[in-house]
Design a protein around this ligand. Structure first.
Ligand code: CMP
Length: 142
């Protein structure tokens, strides 16, 4: 039986502003993901804080919310057979680009641990919550 897993990806404002979004979308498609939803958004600081609420209280929280609301980002709903969540995290590379492997998005496009080009959900429950933060059910392709 085919089991499709979904995850949320964000192409962050640093990558959008350096015109890397198209390249990152190509990497996503070349690695076997289906894109079942996509939108370009310029988040408010409050919307960015809401998305990253799990990090409220961390020293980087306000800086992260400022950065994520500094320009447009592209949010994508991804689907892949079996393992979309770990597969997208592997393709992104380590959070800190200093530790990212060759061939990953962050190795190629990230500037720092904060301006790190992309986001991906880390587990099934967070993927469900993050997808619902940006997409209504009817906005996702069947
Ligand atoms: P992301 O995968 O979007 O999840 C949370 C984000 O917080 C992370 O990518 C980084 O952009 C940011 N982040 C995590 N740790 C730090 C840190 N130590 N300093 C600054 N930003 C961080």
């Amino acid at each position: 039986m085919r089991t499709l897993q979904r995850t949320l990806a964000i192409i962050k404002p640093d990558a959008v502003s350096k015109r890397a979004a198209g390249h990152i979308v190509s990497m996503i498609l070349e690695n076997g993901f289906n894109i079942i939803g996509v939108k370009m958004l310029h988040l408010t600081k409050e919307q960015a804080e809401g998305f990253y609420a799990v990090h409220a209280g961390k020293p980087f929280f306000h800086s992260l919310a400022n950065f994520m609301s500094s320009g447009p980002c592209v949010v994508l709903a991804l689907e892949k057979e079996g393992d979309a969540i770990p597969a997208w995290r592997k393709l992104m590379g380590a959070t800190n680009p200093a530790n990212a492997e060759e061939g990953t998005v962050r190795k190629r496009f990230a500037e720092s641990i904060e301006r790190n080009a992309v986001h991906g959900s880390d587990a099934e429950d967070t993927a469900r919550w993050e997808l619902s933060y940006f997409f209504a059910g009817y906005e996702l392709a069947k």
